[in-house]
Design a protein around this ligand. Structure first.
Ligand code: GLY
Length: 302
């Protein structure tokens, strides 16, 4: 038995490759990386890696994390620049007893020690989007937009689980701003004895509910991944709405150690992709705001 789930349609090619890798007895951790690298290297995906939309200073600043569900070991980088694959640094940090979370310059030094190639990540398209955005903000529009993290949770044939995230974060974010994606518990969490979860959306609000850990906790209480996702998102959405009169975007995926999966959202439509030894599927989670209910629609590709 094996499986992998990823956020957004952008994960589809990566999930297919990672599924093939898992079917050949690849590890859950490596499978997560196979998927995430596919997204990071593609400049068409402007919220992750190469071509990611820049911060307010026009610099592409990336957050990424990896977690090993067997050991609970975590590797995380925040605000790293000039490397296409921040996930590679996060994954390498899993190998150490200390210094598992590195920011900015420290993450960069670690990437250089790994002999990763420094590259300009700002494409012409993302530079143009940034210039247009500067203009729009000058006209009084809201500065913040776009925060779609690629997240994966995987189970391999040895029942090991892993999770990984990678993002350029909020478009036009302040220099030094960090979202949920590299924060354990908020952006991701996985325990091979239970399952894993990961989140995408507005980091500032995802953090308020430690959303990924909450889903894993609910699964450890006996909820299946779908019910755990729905309950965690609904509870946080309602609490934020009650306390602050608004909730930012919250979308989540989860998979348990039995390769059951789930997804939930508080936006109209949240696409995700799943590959298991049984099927390859595109899924969509829908939030029915009037009923405060979730609907999941899955289309089998294989
Ligand atoms: N969810 C990604 C971020 O807020 O940066």
């Amino acid at each position: 038995m094996w499986g992998i789930i990823g956020t957004w349609a952008m994960a589809e090619e990566g999930i297919k490759k990672a599924g093939h890798f898992l079917s050949n007895h690849g590890s859950a951790m490596d499978a997560c990386e196979v998927c995430v690298r596919e997204v990071e290297k593609n400049p068409a995906f402007t919220s992750v890696g190469y071509g990611g939309l820049p911060n307010e200073k026009g610099r592409v600043s990336l957050d990424a994390a990896a977690m090993d569900g067997n050991t609970l070991q975590i590797g995380s980088v925040m605000g790293v620049e000039d490397f296409k694959h921040p996930s590679a640094i996060a994954k390498d940090l899993l190998n150490y007893r200390f210094n598992n979370v590195l920011v900015g310059k420290g993450a960069k030094i670690h990437g250089l020690k790994m002999n990763l190639k420094e590259e300009n990540l700002l494409t012409e398209a993302s530079k143009e989007a940034w210039l247009n955005h500067v203009h729009a903000v000058e006209q009084g529009l809201s500065p913040y937009d776009g925060h779609d993290t690629v997240c994966t949770v995987a189970v391999d044939v040895n029942q090991a689980m892993a999770a990984m995230t990678s993002t350029s974060g909020l478009f036009f974010k302040a220099e030094g701003r960090v979202g949920d994606a590299p924060l354990p518990g908020s952006g991701f969490y996985v325990d091979s004895e239970i399952g894993g979860a990961a989140a995408t959306g507005l980091g500032e609000d995802i953090m308020k509910g430690i959303l990924s850990y909450e889903i894993v906790r609910l699964m450890s209480d006996g909820l299946n991944p779908q019910d755990a996702c729905e309950r965690a998102v609904t509870n946080l959405h309602e609490k934020l709405t009650r306390k602050n009169k608004k909730a930012g975007d919250l979308s989540v995926i989860a998979m348990n150690h039995k390769v059951e999966f789930g997804a939930a959202t508080n936006i109209d439509t949240f696409p995700f992709v799943v590959a298991t030894d049984q099927h390859l599927m595109r899924g969509k989670a829908h939030f029915r705001a009037s009923k405060h209910s979730q609907e999941i629609v899955c289309t089998k590709l294989l």
